[in-house]
Design a binder for this molecule. Structure first.
Ligand code: ZN
Length: 654
């Protein structure tokens, strides 16, 4: 940690659309670009997804929440009608409304779509009308016919919902002056501080999230009480304050080991990651180096041993949780979309705090292979779980019904527990904030995306760049300088950890680059161009032998993309389970994916010992006939887009 005194940021935390961004630490010289400082090109990989998010996903989510009565829950509280009306939705359905409002607020930072503005104002009015006199805001507890407030901290999700309310207000407050939503959030945060402060109840919420909301609202409003309350929640956790829950131990909600003592992330993955993100916020703002070091240690251990190739986190369906070290089964991978979003949140905060490029590498892996995998290309259906192997093709999901299962191999329009669609929405709406970072006179291009960049340098002046690339399909990133100060500045281009043999082409010559940051530090002239050439040709990836479930298998990646085989690409109705890859035959690029040589084996039917025999034999592995085939591997993030299919990322070797 290199922070010393708080460093004022030129595009600070006030309501300036240009400088608005989700995370604004109180200390540290490094900052993410404001949403108005980076415009993603509409035809780029991320720009097109952001557009679909704005034009389809946001309204899709509003329509579902209206239809299911989750929005009307606020009206019922406002009208005092909670006794006569049965409340639909889970205890945490309010949070989906808040996440959607956050998405709208970020979206409005870069566009000023009147319909979106009007929608956000309407939603704010409905939410505000449900706030109690003392600031409490929630539609599930504390009103006529409902259980008492904070009577079920294990499952009630009240503080979790409030955390999302505060995050939504931060988005609004940073992009719009003097807004009602900020007033609502301030009153809600004050109520939390009164109820759970040093003189209040010694409790924590079963689902972390309030920590993040309080920390960021504290930053927005320059209110240290909120930061202190967030720190108190982080400190209280891991001390057994939550009651027992059936089948799952206290590690499910990280209440078994104090945050600063934990070695790795355990339990419910989204909970663990939201808590870690909040802990980084607290650590940075209070200068708590021990706490920051603890989260960095947990990141190291978890990425080394508990993270899937896609960047996905979570190996167990029972508790949507992390497994033990090396427990990474591809078919039972859970990899909830929200855990991908949360992992990005943690890594982003750690990058801002440390400048370590590894955090940005994981952000990239997770964005391309988890976050981008969830939404269907029309933005109106989503994956919740993201396994790396699908044994049975998904059954068609009905477009007019909530999906009751988190898994299933088909993107669904909505879920009974529908946390993922709105999490995708708020992430895509603010995505450009993660593309560029500024530190002093250095500008870092962190994610390679077609974008127009105009950032304010801390020492004055602006650097304007036009970045054009077909990445990740193509590895060339063309950076044109449009405007630069007449003094030396640093332009840093991230070379991902997988990129061996990357090059930088300038007028003065070509440089071979190592993974990390390639830095050009000199006077930049308007009109000059730099070309970053990244090797995105497909490559083999081998698992650590300690990951038992992957032993004898290999995967193929191309640039930041994980590739997969789908049965729809196999002739004759054959299954991906019949494939054995031949790595000696090489791997070739093919239309955004790869072509590999494989053996298509005939499986002994029905078992090696005849009908009804167990699938085990003393005579050694069965000999199977097979024939060579060329197999097309495609980007994992688009799997099951054409039709339900079986799928494998990891394939056995011949
Ligand atoms: Zn989710």
């Amino acid at each position: 940690m290199t922070q010393t005194a708080p460093t004022p940021s030129p595009a600070g935390s006030g309501p300036s659309a240009a400088g608005a961004r989700p995370v604004v630490p109180r200390r540290g010289a490094r900052r993410g670009a404001g949403l108005g400082e980076v415009t993603l090109a509409a035809d780029g990989f991320w720009g097109s997804r952001q557009r679909t998010n704005a034009t389809a996903t946001v309204q899709h989510c509003v329509d579902w929440m209206e239809r299911l009565g989750w929005l009307a829950n606020f009206d019922a509280v406002a009208q005092g009608a909670t006794e006569e009306r049965e409340r639909p939705g889970w205890q945490f359905s309010d949070s989906e409304v808040y996440k959607l409002m956050e998405a709208l607020a970020w979206e409005l930072a870069s566009t000023s779509e009147p319909a979106a503005e009007e929608l956000l104002e309407r939603l704010t009015a409905r939410v505000a009308a449900a706030q109690d006199e003392d600031g409490y805001l929630g539609t599930c507890f504390g009103h006529a016919g409902q259980e008492a407030r904070y009577s079920d901290l294990e499952h009630g999700h009240e503080l979790y919902c409030t955390g999302h309310l505060l995050q939504a207000a931060v988005a609004r407050g940073r992009t719009h002056p003097d807004d009602d939503l900020v007033t609502v959030a301030r009153r809600a945060a004050d109520e939390v501080c009164r109820s759970f402060g040093p003189d209040g109840r010694e409790g924590v919420c079963g689902h972390p999230e309030i920590e993040l909301g309080l920390a960021e609202l504290g930053r927005l409003l320059d209110e240290p009480r909120y930061t202190d309350q967030a720190a108190l929640f982080v400190e209280r956790r891991g001390r057994g304050l939550l009651g027992p829950i059936p089948l799952l131990g206290p590690s499910y909600f990280q209440d078994d080991v104090p945050v600063r003592e934990a070695e790795a992330w355990t339990g419910h993955a989204v909970r663990a990651l939201y808590l870690a993100a909040g802990a980084v916020d607290v650590a940075v703002d209070t200068g708590d180096e021990e706490l920051l070091a603890a989260v960095r240690r947990q990141w190291d251990r978890t990425v080394e041993r508990r993270t899937h190739l896609t960047g996905g986190m979570g190996s167990r369906h029972q508790d949507e949780g992390f497994g033990e070290d090396w427990e990474l089964p591809p078919d039972r991978a859970y990899c909830e979309t929200c855990a991908g979003v949360a992992s990005v949140m943690v890594s982003w905060r750690l990058f801002l705090a440390t400048g370590d490029v590894r955090y940005v590498d994981l952000v990239e892996r997770t964005l391309f292979n988890v976050v981008a995998t969830s939404p269907r290309s029309d933005g109106r259906a989503f994956f919740y779980a993201n396994p790396l192997s699908q044994r049975v093709a998904g059954a068609d999901v009905r477009p007019d019904e909530e999906n009751r299962r988190a898994e299933g191999g088909t993107r669904a329009p909505w879920f009974e527990v529908s946390c993922c669609p709105t999490n995708v929405a708020r992430t895509l709406a603010s995505l450009q904030a993660y593309v560029v970072a500024v530190e002093g006179d250095a500008v870092s291009l962190l994610q390679h995306a077609s974008a127009d960049v105009r950032v304010a340098l801390d020492a004055g002046g602006e650097l304007a760049l036009r970045v054009r690339t077909a990445y990740p399909s193509h590895g060339d990133v063309d950076v044109e300088v449009l405007e630069a100060p007449e003094r030396p500045v640093a332009l840093r281009l991230r070379v991902p950890g997988w990129a061996t043999g990357a090059h930088l082409l300038e007028e003065s010559g070509t440089t071979t680059l190592e993974p990390g940051f390639a830095e050009v530090r000199r006077v930049l002239r308007a009109g000059e161009r730099l070309l970053l050439r990244l090797p995105v040709e497909p490559r083999w990836t081998w698992p650590d032998p300690r990951v038992d479930a992957l032993r004898g298998c290999v995967a193929v990646e191309a640039g930041p993309l994980v590739l997969c085989a789908e049965s729809v690409d196999l002739a004759g109705g054959r299954d991906v389970g019949d494939l054995e890859l031949d790595p000696t035959a090489g791997v070739r690029s093919a239309d955004g994916g790869a072509l590999v040589r494989a053996r298509l084996v005939d499986q002994p039917a029905p078992g090696p010992g005849g009908p009804g025999a167990m699938p085990y034999a003393a005579s050694g592995p069965p000999v199977r006939e097979g024939r060579p085939v060329d197999v097309r591997l495609r980007p994992y993030h688009r799997w099951a887009e054409r039709q339900p299919t079986t799928m494998r990322v990891w394939l056995p070797v011949v």
